[in-house]
Design a protein around this ligand. Sequence first.
Ligand code: NAD
Length: 263
Amino acid sequence: MRLADKYALITGAGRGIGFATARAFVREGATVAIADIDLERAKSAVQGLEKLGGRGLAVHVDVADPASIDQMLRAILDAFGRIDILSNNAGVGGNTPFLETTLAEWELILRTNLTGAFLVAQGVAREMVKGGSGKIINIASLSGQRGGDGRAAYGAAKAGLELLTKVMAVELAPFGINVNAIAPGPIDTEMAHLAHDEATRAAYHYLVPMSRYGTPDEIADAAVFLASDESRYVHGHTLNVDGGFQAAGLMYKTAAVPTRPSA
Ligand SMILES: NC(=O)c1ccc[n+]([C@@H]2O[C@H](COP(=O)([O-])OP(=O)(O)OC[C@H]3O[C@@H](n4cnc5c(N)ncnc54)[C@H](O)[C@@H]3O)[C@@H](O)[C@H]2O)c1
C-alpha cells in the first residue's frame, strides 16, 4: 500500500493510460478523482475502480478550457479536501504532416496537451503549497524527444511539457512538491489504435528494441513509483517507459525494414 490515504487526481482517466493509472493507484490505497472530457466514460471508470474495492470520484473537465479546470478543482477539493498526487495525463493525438498542419489543429493540440497541463498543474500546485507536499507527474511522450513523422504539433507540445516539468521541479522543490514526467513509447490504447495504421505499427515493432507496444499497466507501474515515497529524490526527471525506443541507434534485425509509414 504505497499510496495509502493519498488523494489523487488523474486527468483523461476515463480510459487508456489514465484509467490504468487510476487502477494502480487504488490498488496502492489511494482515492482517485477520474477527470475526463467524457463524463459518462469517467463514471464507468469509477465503477470499474469500485469493482476492485477502490474509491473514486468522476468529474468532468475539458483541460483546454480554463473555466472547466477551475470547476473540476473546486469539485475535487470539496469532496477530498486536498490533492496529494496529480497525474497530468489528458491529451489528444496528432498525426498530420508539417506542411498540412493547420493553425486550428496546432492550437487545439497545444492548448490541450501543453496549456491544459500547465493550468491543471498550476491550480493543483497552488493547493499543494498550502500543505507543503505533493507529487506531480506529467505524461509526456517519445514524440516530444524525437522528430516523428506527423508529430509537429503533438511533439512540440510534449517537448514543451518536458521543459515545463524541469521548471516546475526547480520552482516547487522549496514547497516540498516533487515533479517528474513519464515519456511513454507506443502504448496499446485507443489513441494508438486510432492514430497508427498497419505500416506505423510495423515501424514501431522494428524501431523499439523490445519489438512490441507497451501496455497501459506498464505506464501505470512507473506512475506508482513516481507518486510514492520511493521516488522522493527523483526530481525534474523524465522517465522513459518505451521498450528502449529512445536508447536505440542502428539495429540489425532479420526482419525487413518496413516501408515508410503513411502519415
Ligand atoms: N498511447 C500512446 O502510445 C501514448 C504514447 C505517448 C504518450 N501518450 C500520452 O498518454 C496520455 C494518455 O493517452 P492514451 O493513449 O491513454 O489516450 P486515450 O485517447 O486512450 O485516452 C485519453 C483520455 O483523455 C480524455 N481527453 C481527451 N481530451 C481531453 C480534454 N480536453 N480534457 C479532458 N480529458 C480529455 C479522453 O476522453 C480519454 O478518456 C496522453 O497525454 C498521450 O499523449 C500516449
